[in-house]
Design a protein around this ligand. Structure first.
Ligand SMILES: Nc1ncnc2c1ncn2[C@@H]1O[C@H](COP(=O)(O)OP(=O)(O)OP(=O)(O)O)[C@@H](O)[C@H]1O
Ligand SMILES: [Mg+2]
Length: 405
């Protein structure tokens, strides 16, 4: 009897044990879904795995929950073990649907690949990327993700800590700033055009009229008027120089030669004027582009060259400068390189110059306004290289512009 009862009670005991384990598993699952636990079980390729967040005390949880940034812990398979409320709000999803799901669902295919790369890198150190989070309501949230390895529960089960910063406001401010810079550049261009026109139409005309009178006066004075005649001749020469200078300034302000003779002529003019005035050796090389750039793009390249040369003169202490206009595939490329003192691109502009100049910013703005891209490379004590690339228009458009000009 005893043996029979013993035999009967074994399955009961097993059943009771199984029930207890089931209740425990259900409780764990509930805790995972509500994000209460500091230890979670995740189904992996090699069966269920338990992940423990060691040292996650109440104080830390309160701190993380009160953050204005999303905080998460992820498995190497991007499974979300923990997420704070802020992240749930950011992706407009209830927290219980976030925890236990894959972080990949919030990313585009491209960003998933970037995250994969980031996880590989983050395994060794901390890393950062910019992504567009796909929120639950279909909207997209620009975000900055930084990742750090936290702990290893086993060889294949690293845990990563992730901080997600919502960049919506920052992007908005950035766009506003860009619009403002763009407007400043536009206003500057209009104003330069207006001043150039005034100089050309009024001052140059007036100077020419005075020059002619001087010429007449000099020719009317007889050699016996001696010093007076000499003075009139000197005056005429000085007026000629002044008129020449006004034309130069006016061209600098608005290069009409750009419309008449094209980009290469203007690059040549500007480079020659720079070398002559500063004494810095300048080597210019230009190819004939297979298509003419739109007027705005040519103006942008000209202004970028002016600004870059201004910087060489002001900051570089260079001995040699090279300016090179080339064609790379479907792009026109202008590169300005100096062998000067260079500068640290990473230090904030305010530290580089007292007032934090506008030159580099306006160069970037001008390039991006015409659909181009500008790259600045600088090495301390070796020099600076500025490179701008702008897509050439298809040949049919170029022909139309040429025939117009
Ligand atoms: N070719 C260069 N060589 C060395 N330093 C440079 C060069 N170009 C720029 N810099 C550094 O970068 C800073 C920013 O240049 P940026 O043209 O934006 O402003 P800026 O020249 O100081 O003022 P602004 O252009 O408004 O007159 C400069 O102050 C200088 O320190
Ligand atoms: Mg400058």
């Amino acid at each position: 009897m005893k043996t029979a009862r013993g035999k009967r009670s074994a399955p009961f005991r097993e059943l009771a044990e199984l029930r207890a384990r089931l209740a425990e598993a259900e409780e764990t699952l509930r805790s995972i879904h509500t994000g209460e636990v500091d230890a979670v079980v995740v189904a992996g390729k090699h069966g269920p795995q338990v992940f423990t967040l060691k040292g996650a005390e109440h104080a830390y949880r309160v701190l993380i929950e009160s953050m204005n940034e999303g905080a998460l812990t992820l498995t190497v398979d991007k499974m979300i073990l923990y997420a704070n409320q802020c992240f749930a709000r950011m992706v407009k999803c209830p927290l219980e649907q976030v925890v236990g799901s894959s972080f990949r669902r919030f990313l585009s295919a491209e960003d998933r690949a970037a995250l994969r790369r980031l996880l590989r890198l983050a395994d060794r150190s901390g890393s950062k990327i910019q992504v567009l989070l796909h929120a639950g309501d279909g909207s997209q949230v620009p975000a900055h993700i930084s990742l750090r390895p936290l702990a290893r529960n086993g060889p294949k089960s690293a845990i990563f800590g992730m901080v997600v910063t919502d960049m919506t406001e920052a992007r908005r401010t950035e766009q506003l700033l860009r619009a403002l810079t763009h407007r400043v550049v536009q206003v500057q261009e209009t104003e330069r055009g207006r001043v150039a026109l005034e100089l050309h139409d009024n001052i140059t005309q007036l100077l020419c009229a005075i020059l002619v009178r001087c010429q007449t006066l000099a020719s009317k004075l007889s050699p016996c008027d001696g010093p007076l005649k000499r003075e009139a001749i000197i005056l005429r020469e000085m007026l000629g120089q002044t008129a020449g200078e006004v034309v130069r300034i006016s061209r600098h302000l608005r290069p009409s030669v750009l419309d008449e003779l094209g980009l290469v002529a203007v690059l040549r003019d500007t480079s020659a004027e720079f070398a002559e005035r500063t004494g810095v050796a300048l080597k210019l090389s230009c190819v004939e582009l297979t298509a003419r750039l739109p007027a705005e793009a040519e103006l942008a390249l000209y202004r970028i060259l002016q600004e870059a040369l201004k910087n060489v003169e002001k900051h570089a202490r260079a001995r040699r400068v090279t300016v090179c206009l080339s064609q790379q595939g479907g792009c026109a490329q202008l590169a300005i390189k100096d062998d000067g003192i260079g500068f640290d691109l990473d230090s904030p502009p305010a530290r580089r110059s007292e007032e934090g100049g506008l030159g580099l910013l306006s160069m970037r703005e001008r390039a991006s306004y015409v659909g181009g891209a500008l790259e600045v490379k600088s090495v301390r004590h070796s020099g600076t290289r500025i490179e701008v690339r702008i897509h050439l228009p298809p040949p049919s458009t170029a022909k139309r512009r040429r025939s117009k000009g």
